[in-house]
Design a protein around this ligand. Sequence first.
Ligand code: 13P
Ligand code: SF4
Length: 307
Amino acid sequence: MTVREEIEQLKKEKNAVILAHYYVRPEVQELADYTGDSFYLSQAAVEQKAQTIVFCGVSFMGESARILNPEKKVLMPELSADCAMAHMADPETIREMREKYDDLAVVCYINSTAKLKSYSDVCVTSSNAVQIVRALPNRNIFFIPDRNLGRYVAQMVPEKNIICNNGCCPVHEKMNVEEIRSLKNLHPEALVLTHPECPESVCGISDYIGSTAGIIRYAQESPEKEFIICTESGVLWELNRRCPDKKFYFTASEPLCADMKTITPEKILHVLKTGENEITPDGSLIKRAAEPLRRMLDLAGQKGGKR
Ligand code: 13P
Ligand code: SF4
């Protein structure tokens, strides 16, 4: 039997589904029952009937799936796959902000640890952050951990006082204007589609800013044929699948999230066979981190990007 056939058989035997983020390897996305951005995957996790979820992504994603489904088993093909940005805030600063500002909401990008979520009022993803911040009754917002997404939200929701924590995604932070301009010289017709985790200078020369699902949808619906993509290059698989007649370009220093790429079909097979790598957040954290995640799902009455 091939790895794929074994995985299919074990999925049936163990009543399991595979969820995968757009940044994982193409051969993993191909195996998944659901592929999408962070928001879609958190919704898909909640809607699951299967008893076991194999989450092909980094730890905050599996953790969120488990927090939203405490009665289910969530297996991570690679337990060490982590998001550097998820740790770039701290409870002490949150406490100081709460003391300093009346009427403060702590808004936590889903790319964060369960511990940080447990100190927050509401979670957001890149596809719903603007909508949720706008809908909050609070005037003051402490946005953690990503300064780039926080800045983008502040530009889109000028009526709020948004204070940004100083974290960032090392992959998106590296995107730079010079490389994008060189690509634009080579392909002058190409539109620049950018993830809001990128620096302000990159967002400033973009034609569209949105989540991975937003970028894919924009490219699919646009009458244009060429695009410069400013996000992790794993999205290329879905872009090619949906838009076989269009061309996509990435910067020469290819944006790659090494942690996302640690997941392989062999590792999926291994966790399905053995039941190893179950993600088990601390019980009290599960309860406290569930609230901001559920509030996000309630406030964002829309679908994320899906296959
Ligand atoms: P989205 O899935 O919300 O586009 O976020 C990208 C990301 O960095 C996930 O780690
Ligand atoms: Fe985290 Fe950036 Fe990797 Fe996304 S791409 S998982 S934000 S390090």
